[in-house]
Design a protein. Structure first.
Lengths: 267, 303
């Protein structure tokens, strides 16, 4: 499996699309950070900042994950690399697991611009606010004004950004399954995946608000408020819960993906 | 002594109500080149896919290197393949594509990349990306990828598609060399019968998902051999005249008493003159034998 992951990363580091995606996410992370700063200084009003909500990690990471799934899986069906992988000693489960690990790592790498801007913003303490409540990274920036700098707090924020990256991979794991289902139809996977991600993101908070039971139910998914509200005051137990739920979701979708792929025809 | 590399037992493949393969039984022995012959849609690629694990048979079993069931998954590492078009990343060069596949299969020997590029005639492609390759160059690179794991069984689906005449000759020679020097077993499908005839040692004829025949080159040559069929009431006299007057023993007396003469196929008049001069009565005299194409057509039209 490690060979498949290595081969994936060899291909990725020579592919322009991932570099362009990373640059776009970097630009979005910088723009979001600047908006957060200028709203706090009063240079930009809350209403104006609203339009920049599309650049936050909440929207952009969903989009990026869908694009990654499309490229990583559908792209390999298109250029027959999946076929090559299977005609070695790799079984289908190994191929699915290898791809899921690459996918999770890649989603993690793509959150780096947001994570780094949040960490740098926290260290600089230049004055930030959080005009959009659902972003962990913006919450870290916002907390820079209230939480004094310390190595312990810095380490905790680094851990939180890593957990959030895992949560994003878990939230979009079903897109990975779609990619194996639709095989070489990357555009369909990206489109359906993104629409579904936005839908789940919106409805999960609505469903959670219906009743305590619904809230409890949602809290056991990666769409839980526990994930989005992580900050300096988050307890370790909550962080472990988010990690556990995210890993369980990733594992579950890896297995479901395997079941859909187990006997499918590979052209 | 030849080992059995692959054996399929009653492989059947259905897509819905459509039966694409029907009780396919083939056996491949090591160190031979098998030509898989069939028209479009005969089931050649589908059969190859079942062997490679890219498709799962509806019923039947595959034995690979003596292993069956789930154990053959590991044995598939001893296969190399090129099915239709090669698995290439178009924005990578030939060497980078080979590197990618080498990493994917966990092959430590980095020198193999240059050796294989040399072998398939792509050593001088430099920084040219695969997207700028001709169809023939892509096929060659696909063959290089198929050979990367130093496989014992190489499965090539229409490998000479898109190759120019020189390329066809080079690939044919390469296939023969792999078989002769490295003892590789090769299963190769093609529509190009004359081309297959120049490299295959065995032929598997498939039509409508059924194996019509599996024969060796020797058997095929025997069946396609041209001969003069002579029918006479006095077979003994005919044989004596052929030996004494025409100086040949290259003939066969058939159970029905007719004689198949494999010499003098271009000198029919000479034969008839000698037979007439020596008082051999003939009741039938004709040139017989089939071309490879005709043999293939007659094989696929068998019920």
């Amino acid at each position: 499996m490690i060979n498949l992951i290595k081969a994936d990363f060899y291909k990725i580091h020579r592919s322009a699309i991932y570099k362009v995606l990373f640059l776009i996410l970097t630009a979005c992370a910088v723009a979001t950070t600047l908006v957060s700063h200028f709203v706090s200084t009063g240079d930009i009003g809350f209403e104006t900042a609203g339009t920049a909500a599309l650049l936050t990690d909440v929207v952009m990471m969903n989009l990026a994950s869908c694009i990654i799934a499309g490229q990583l899986v559908c792209g390999d069906f298109e250029n027959k690399l999946i076929q090559s992988a299977l005609t070695g000693t790799n079984g289908r489960f190994t191929v699915v697991c290898g791809k899921m690990i690459t996918y999770t790592l890649l989603v993690g790498i793509m959150t780096l611009p947001y994570a780094l801007s949040a960490i740098i913003g926290y260290v600089l303490d230049a004055g930030f606010c959080n005009p959009y409540s659902a972003s962990v990274y913006l919450k870290i920036l916002f907390e820079s004004t209230t939480v004094d700098f310390s190595v312990a707090a810095l380490l905790k924020y680094i851990v939180i950004t890593a957990i959030m990256a895992l949560a994003y991979a878990a939230q979009t794991a079903f897109v990975f399954m779609l990619a194996f289902l639709f095989k070489n139809k990357a555009l369909i996977v990206t489109t359906i995946g993104f629409i579904a991600c936005v839908f789940f993101g919106m409805t999960s908070s609505m469903i959670a608000g219906i009743s305590d039971t619904a809230n409890e139910l949602i809290s056991w998914t990666p769409f839980s408020a526990d994930a989005y509200n992580m900050g300096n005051d988050t307890e370790i137990g909550t962080m472990i819960k988010v990690i556990g739920i995210s890993l369980a979701f990733i594992a579950a979708f890896t297995y479901i993906t395997y079941l859909t792929f187990k006997k499918s025809e590979i052209k | 002594m030849a080992n059995t590399i692959l054996r399929t037992e009653n492989i059947t493949k259905k897509y819905g109500d459509t039966q694409v393969l029907s009780n396919v039984n083939i056996t491949l022995e090591s160190g031979r080149i098998y030509g898989l012959i069939g028209v479009n849609g005969a089931g050649k690629t589908t059969l190859m896919r079942q062997i490679l694990g890219l498709s799962v048979p509806t019923s039947g079993e595959i034995e690979l290197f003596g292993k069956r069931g789930k154990a053959i998954s590991k044995e598939r590492g001893r296969l190399g393949c090129l099915i239709e078009s090669p698995g290439l990343v178009l924005n990578l060069t030939a060497k980078q594509n080979l590197h990618l596949h080498r990493v994917m299969h966990g092959i430590a020997d980095a020198d193999i990349e240059d050796k294989l590029l040399e072998t398939v005639g792509l050593a001088n492609t430099g920084k040219k990306k695969a997207k700028d390759f001709s169809l023939g160059m892509k096929q060659r690179l696909g063959i290089a990828i198929a050979l990367l794991t130093n496989p014992e069984l190489v499965i090539l689906d229409e490998p000479i598609n898109g190759l120019d005449p020189i390329g066809v000759v080079e690939i044919r020679e390469l296939i023969k060399r792999l078989c002769d020097e490295k003892g590789m077993t090769i299963l190769i499908s093609s529509h190009n019968l004359p081309e297959l005839y120049q490299c295959a040692t065995d032929y598997i004829i498939i039509d409508h998902g059924e194996i019509k025949e599996q024969i060796t080159l020797e058997e095929l040559e025997e069946k396609c051999k041209h001969y003069l069929q002579i029918e006479t009431p006095d077979t003994a006299k005919l044989a004596e005249v052929l030996e004494s007057k025409l100086g040949t023993t290259n003939f066969k007396v058939m159970p029905d008493g007719s004689v198949q003469l494999y010499d003098f196929t271009d000198e029919k008049e000479k034969v008839t003159d000698v037979l007439f001069e020596n008082g051999v009565k003939t009741t039938g005299f004709s040139l017989k034998g089939e071309t490879l194409e005709n043999y293939f057509i007659s094989a696929v039209s068998k019920k």
